[in-house]
Design a protein around this ligand. Structure first.
Ligand SMILES: C[S@@+](CC[C@H](N)C(=O)[O-])C[C@H]1O[C@@H](n2cnc3c(N)ncnc32)[C@H](O)[C@@H]1O
Length: 345
């Protein structure tokens, strides 16, 4: 009797491993299909109910045969569902791809699969061999310079960031006991979604949204409930930041190397009123092998930017180098934690 190994030269377990690794290697094709579906706006066309592929192709102006093949793959992970009559419908998960729902994931999907992140992650082997970011080699300049030089790229980035952040802003704002009075400065605050949540919770607090001009131009602080309590200031956090009592650095330090982080932190410390605080809102990478989104985002930060996701000990070291001390780390109901820093006496 021939054993499995005799016939093929491989144990059955090896073939299973082979199949698993081949599936893993093909994972990027799903991301590409999800991007394609998001980009042409299929979910919006399915909002009113199931449609045939011919109808969807006509409404989105794309190739019918190709759309069917893309939808067939996207259906395997429950974003859409193919019905027995051949029409496709949007699942509950897929509703989040619509552009008109409150927590739309569409801008985030488009930002995370944009060529500015996609191409560098495809060159990850070069990051391993040479160390550091490959963005400059591909695009000829650093990430944020590239974002700033083209209005369409800037809009896609800031809309994507805002969509990415929308789901986390409220639980993070709820996790910290903000003072009743004073000025909160959201450093690199993008379109101001997080600052808006903080100001909503504290009706006597004032806020400053501080970011590059192309980001603050698209601010979302025009809500009546915060009227007269905020300013939008364009500037460079490597040069100086506005005066305030509480500094928010949400998803900022992870974009930069240690030396650059210390410069940003020192600038906040210098501008801070006595008794002030800095709240670094970033992932704190856990030890061990369990999956964590920060471990994936970390590789985008490695290949496209010059930053990284950090551990609690990393934050404590950065703070010490900037004349600050880590007073506490507060978990939130999101993947991010709040590392609170206060000036060393
Ligand atoms: C990853 S985004 C985070 C945005 C926002 N805090 C959030 O959590 O959604 C980084 C932000 O830093 C801003 N930024 C990058 N370089 C900057 C600089 N030199 N000065 C001020 N803002 C900068 C970007 O425009 C962007 O809005």
């Amino acid at each position: 009797m021939w054993s499995e190994a005799d016939k093929t030269g491989a144990e059955p377990g090896d073939r299973r491993s082979m199949a698993v690794l081949v599936d893993e290697a093909l994972g990027y094709v799903f991301s590409a299909a999800l991007r394609a579906v998001a980009a042409v706006g299929v979910a919006d066309k399915l909002a009113g109910g199931p449609r045939t592929v011919a109808e969807l192709a006509a409404q989105t102006g794309v190739h019918e045969g190709s759309l069917h093949r893309v939808l067939r793959l996207v259906a395997t992970r429950g974003v859409v569902e193919e019905l027995d009559d051949g029409r496709f419908r949007l699942t509950e998960l897929g509703q989040a791809l619509r552009s008109d729902v409150p927590l739309s994931a569409r801008p985030a999907v488009l930002m995370l699969t944009d060529h500015t992140l996609w191409l560098p992650s495809g060159e990850m082997e070069r990051c391993l061999r040479e160390g550091g970011s490959v963005f400059g080699g591909i695009f000829g300049m650093p990430f944020f310079d590239y974002v700033a030089q083209d209005e369409q790229t800037a809009t896609a980035f800031h809309d994507g960031m805002a969509s990415f952040s929308d789901a986390e802003n409220r639980p993070i704002a709820a996790a910290y006991d903000f003072p009743e009075l004073g000025v909160v400065v959201d450093v690199g605050g993008g379109q101001g979604g997080f600052l808006l949540e903080v100001l909503r919770r504290r009706p006597r607090l004032d806020g400053v949204l501080f970011d590059e001009a192309h980001a603050v131009a698209g601010h979302r602080l025009a809500a009546d409930e915060v009227k007269g309590r905020w300013q939008a200031v364009a500037g460079d956090f490597f040069a100086e930041v506005p005066r305030g009592d509480v500094y928010l650095l949400k998803r900022i330090l992870h974009d930069w190397d240690d030396e650059q982080c210390v410069t940003i932190l020192r600038n906040c410390r210098r501008a801070m009123a006595p008794g002030g605080r800095i709240l670094v809102v970033d992932a704190v990478v856990p030890r061990g092998n369990a999956p964590h989104q920060a471990k994936t985002l970390d590789l985008l930060l490695m290949s496209a930017l010059v930053g990284k996701e950090r551990t609690e000990a990393d934050f404590a070291r950065l703070f010490a180098a900037a004349g600050l001390r880590l007073s506490r780390t507060i978990p939130t109901d999101t993947m991010l934690s709040i590392a609170e820093a206060e000036p060393e006496p």
